[in-house]
Structure formats: structure tokens, C-alpha cells
Design a protein around this ligand. Structure first.
Ligand code: NAP
Length: 169
């Protein structure tokens, strides 16, 4: 099983603000849906609660919520007390590619523990204010496999690039 993380990251590292995304980029949301569809997705409790109630659990995916709160209930989702427990569920279900979908704490822990093999980063070409950031990557550790640019337009305030990276070693 491959472990992937998927995130939209401003060029200054911002990924969130006040419990929400700091931008509205509909074609990036579509990309997220397409890439993660039919897979296990593992999310921090705060990110899960930031998804509007009518869209959660995310459809056509097994949703796994990570929390230290043993009494936590998320109807339609699985609840675990660690990232590794979430990955174990995906592994036991013969998942081919499990996705870590944030937020900031969960990305940081996954990268620090070197759990991530592949990164799907939507690099937003702007400096954006926010309170949640993606960890700084060591460029030597990651090899860029793909890059596709999407220009700003009437629906997207910022240009962005879909970048896929794999751990080089
Ligand atoms: N741009 C993007 O692609 C993107 C993607 C996802 C999220 N976001 C943004 O990121 C922000 C949320 O991120 P965040 O850093 O505040 O929170 P988070 O990572 O979503 O969730 C943190 C919570 O996860 C649980 N947790 C973390 N580590 C754990 C561990 N080792 N074991 C058990 N539980 C653990 C804890 O839940 P309990 O407190 O319940 O114990 C903790 O409070 C929002 O603004 C969201 O919009 C952006």
C-alpha cells in the first residue's frame, strides 16, 4: 500500500485559517475528489469538522478520523486514536493507496514519522495569510514526477499548479 498526502499549499506555506481553507479554488476541490475517490482518507478531527456537515463523511471514500477523544462519534466515519491505527485499517482492507488529507497537525506528524511515500501538492501561487501551515519539505528527499499549471480566472483568484512528488529515498 502506498501512503499519500494531498494538500493545497500557498507559496508561503499557508494551508488554513480559522478552521477553514483560506481560498476558494473549485477546480482544486474537483482534483481532490478525483484523486481520493474510492480510497481510504485519514483526517485530523479538526479538519474533519471543518468539512460542511452536508458533505461529510466524504462520499465514495472510507473516512477515518484521528482523535485522542475516545468518546468521539462521527456518523458514517471510522474513528481511531492514531495515524498508524488509521493506516492499519486501510492496509487490512487491501487498500492500494491511502490518503492523509490533513490538516496541519496530521501532515506534520505523518511527514515527521516518514509515513508518506507520495505527495499531491496543489501549490497556490500567492502569499496567503493564515494560522495553519504545511511543514517545510527537504527538497533532497522528494522527486517531482508531475507538474501542471492552472491559471487564475474568474472562478479562481489565484493561479496554482498540481504537483506530484515521491520520496526519493
Ligand atoms: N489546504 C489544505 O489542503 C488543507 C487540508 C486539510 C486541512 N486544512 C486546514 O487545516 C486546518 C486544520 O488543521 P489543524 O492542524 O488545526 O488540525 P488537524 O490536523 O485537522 O486536527 C488536529 C486534531 O487531530 C487529532 N490528532 C492529531 N494528532 C493526533 C495523534 N497523534 N493521535 C490522535 N489524535 C491526533 C487531535 O484531535 P482531538 O483534539 O479531537 O484529540 C487534534 O486536535 C483547517 O484550517 C483546515 O481548513 C487545509
Amino acid at each position: 500500500m502506498i501512503v499519500s498526502a494531498i494538500a493545497a499549499v500557498a507559496q508561503n506555506g499557508t494551508i488554513g485559517n480559522k478552521g477553514d481553507l483560506p481560498w476558494h479554488l473549485p477546480d482544486d476541490l474537483k482534483y481532490f475528489q478525483r484523486i481520493t475517490k474510492d480510497h481510504h482518507v485519514i483526517t485530523g478531527r479538526k479538519n474533519y469538522e471543518s468539512i460542511p456537515a452536508k458533505y461529510r463523511p466524504l462520499k465514495d471514500r472510507v473516512n477515518i478520523v484521528v482523535t485522542r477523544n475516545r468518546g468521539y462519534v462521527a456518523p458514517g466515519a471510522l474513528v481511531v486514536d492514531s495515524l498508524n491505527a488509521g493506516l492499519e485499517i486501510a492496509h487490512l482492507a487491501n487498500e492500494s493507496e491511502a490518503f492523509i488529507i490533513g490538516g496541519g497537525q496530521i501532515y506534520r506528524e505523518a511527514l515527521t514519522m516518514r509515513l508518506v511515500d507520495r505527495l499531491y501538492l496543489t501549490v497556490v501561487h500567492a502569499d496567503v495569510q493564515g494560522d495553519t501551515h504545511f511543514p517545510k519539505l527537504d527538497g533532497d528527499e522528494w522527486e517531482e514526477l508531475e507538474r501542471k499549471r492552472h491559471e487564475a480566472d474568474e472562478r479562481h483568484a489565484h493561479a496554482f499548479s498540481f504537483v506530484v512528488l515521491e520520496r526519493a529515498h
